[in-house]
Design a protein around this ligand. Structure first.
Ligand code: PNW
Length: 487
């Protein structure tokens, strides 16, 4: 299936950037300290502790609110160029609105940014990583078009505080998860079951909110500070189960739903949601008796606003799925009915601790080539990639997964991908949403039972450090000792 047939040694160029990532809710803890208020995850997990696999929520998490200096030490040990973290909206704006700014919250991020810059590590800030203020959710959250303004006001406050120090910005992390998991299948807060309707309303608002914030930066900060603003999309690879025409066709269609819906408005020549997505939802909506399509339209002005509204495409890539035409009848209307597919994994793919995560390294290569050909070689940053295990420092599976994906990335670079950098998810073990701490993604293990949430380097941290240093992938390299130091 995949194989690099020659023995040439491929190298990452000196200007290729390496980083590591976390997000606020998953690592900070201090959920109600120093003026921080409740977000949708706080409320959801406090009310429904039973949905968390091991019961561990984000109240304390990895306690990065108190341990941020230690986190920066880890980044220095690894030798990364940047640290991708997110800002908790509630920590900065306790009402959700910009009427009150919480200086202690602002100070926390300022301290973290300063600590990073002291060691020449660039902050890459995600403005929104799933943790909407509950006050805004009570007003409909992302299903309310006013969310666009709320997000703009929040972004304005954050840019005013930090734009002079931060050169990389990500507006929103994974709109599809926010909207589909939040409004379609009840998996994630606000857990609204509005099948076939809510997710599409949310998607339009989130995409417009992204574009508005891009334009805000462009207008008020870009000339002065020369930073880049992008969006991070979940871009796993999708390929047909087999060569049957119906599966090949429906896979192409499903890619348009999952990737095109978010990429097309920003990077295609014509802009807008993909034609096929618009057509399918409009046709089904009509059959279902709706007077208009369940997918909101983008008007000419909105299409223009979105087109080109990103300096880079952030890709969160973890795995590949096999796609075939669905054999079961889904509720109508629903997103599942609109897309009409079923997903599976190849039996030979190695599985991680997370049930959705299989290792198929060529997928990252294929995703890059797909994007290059379809959207004309946009600048890309891999904003997340990682592997889950149980606890333990000898994480050979994570180390191997990292090596294999890095080889595939080198091939994608060789074939012309305009790829600027790679981000490992995650720097440290953290709260993996509803999986709690039962699925570990960290290069560093966190001892959640200890007072200090002690961080210890795993084998994969050593392997990543070595790779960043040598710029090549070495299959058999092992550290002489598991003790990690800054060098
Ligand atoms: C991302 N999938 O979510 C998120 O951005 C992180 O917060 C999260 O911790 C990390 O990946 C690991 O899950 C994903 O089903 C959720 O393919 C689901 C998928 C991929 C990424």
């Amino acid at each position: 299936t995949y194989g690099w047939s020659d023995n040439r040694q491929r190298k990452f160029k000196d200007d290729f950037l390496f980083g590591a990532a976390t997000s606020a809710y998953q690592v900070e803890g201090a959920w109600n300290l120093d003026g921080k208020t409740e977000n949708v995850w706080d409320k959801y997990f406090h009310q429904h502790p039973e949905v968390i696999t091991d019961g561990r929520n984000g109240d304390v998490a990895s306690d990065s609110y108190h341990q941020y200096k230690r986190d920066v030490e880890l980044l220095r040990e690894l030798g990364v160029d940047f640290y991708r973290f997110s800002i908790s909206w509630n920590r900065v704006l306790p009402t959700g609105f910009s009427n009150i700014i919480n200086e202690k919250g602002v100070q926390y991020y300022d301290n973290l940014i300063n600590e990073l810059l002291k060691y020449n590590i660039q902050p890459m800030i995600t403005l929104f990583h799933f943790d909407l203020p509950q006050t805004l959710q009570d007003l409909g959250g992302w299903a309310n078009p006013l969310s666009i303004e709320w997000f703009e006001q929040y972004a304005h406050v954050v840019f005013n505080k930090y734009a002079n120090k931060v050169k990389y910005w990500i507006t929103i992390n994974q709109p599809n998860d926010i909207c589909i998991d939040g409004y379609e299948n009840g998996k994630w807060p606000p857990a609204v079951d509005s099948k076939g309707i809510g997710a599409y309303i949310c998607i339009k608002n989130v995409m417009i909110a992204h574009a508005k914030v891009y334009r805000l930066y462009e207008k008020e900060y870009k000339n002065k500070y020369k930073g880049s603003v992008g969006i991070a999309l979940a871009v796993n690879w999708l390929e047909p189960l087999n060569n049957k025409t119906e599966n090949v066709e429906i896979t192409e269609q499903y890619r348009e739903f999952m990737l095109g819906t978010f990429i097309n408005p920003i990077w295609s020549k014509e802009g807008d949601f993909p034609r096929i997505v618009k057509d399918i939802i409009a046709k089904k909506s009509k059959e279902q008796g709706f007077t208009r399509s369940r997918l909101p339209t983008l008007n000419t002005e909105e299409i223009k606003l979105l087109k080109g509204s990103s300096d880079f495409l952030g890709i969160n890539h973890y795995t590949t799925s096999l796609v075939s035409r669905s054999k079961t009848q889904h509720p109508s209307p629903s997103f599942n009915d609109d897309v009409g597919v079923q997903l599976s994994k190849r039996s030979e793919w190695k599985m991680a601790k997370s049930p959705w995560l299989a290792s198929a390294p060529y997928g990252i290569y294929k995703v890059c080539i797909h994007i290059n050909l379809k959207y004309d070689y946009p600048p890309i940053i891999i904003t997340e990639h990682g592997w889950s295990t149980g606890p333990g420092l000898q994480d050979d599976d994570r180390a191997n997964n990292l090596r294999e994906y890095m080889k595939a990335i080198l091939l994608a670079l060789e074939d012309g991908t305009n790829l600027k950098g790679y981000t490992a998810w995650s720097l440290i073990d953290n709260v993996e949403w509803v999986a709690g701490t039962s699925e570990r993604f960290g290069l560093y293990e966190v001892d959640f039972d200890s007072e200090e949430k002690t961080r210890t380097a795993r084998l994969s941290a050593h392997v990543y450090k070595r790779l960043i240093h040598t710029r090549v992938v070495e299959d058999n390299w092992k550290p002489k000792s598991m003790k990690m130091k800054i060098s």
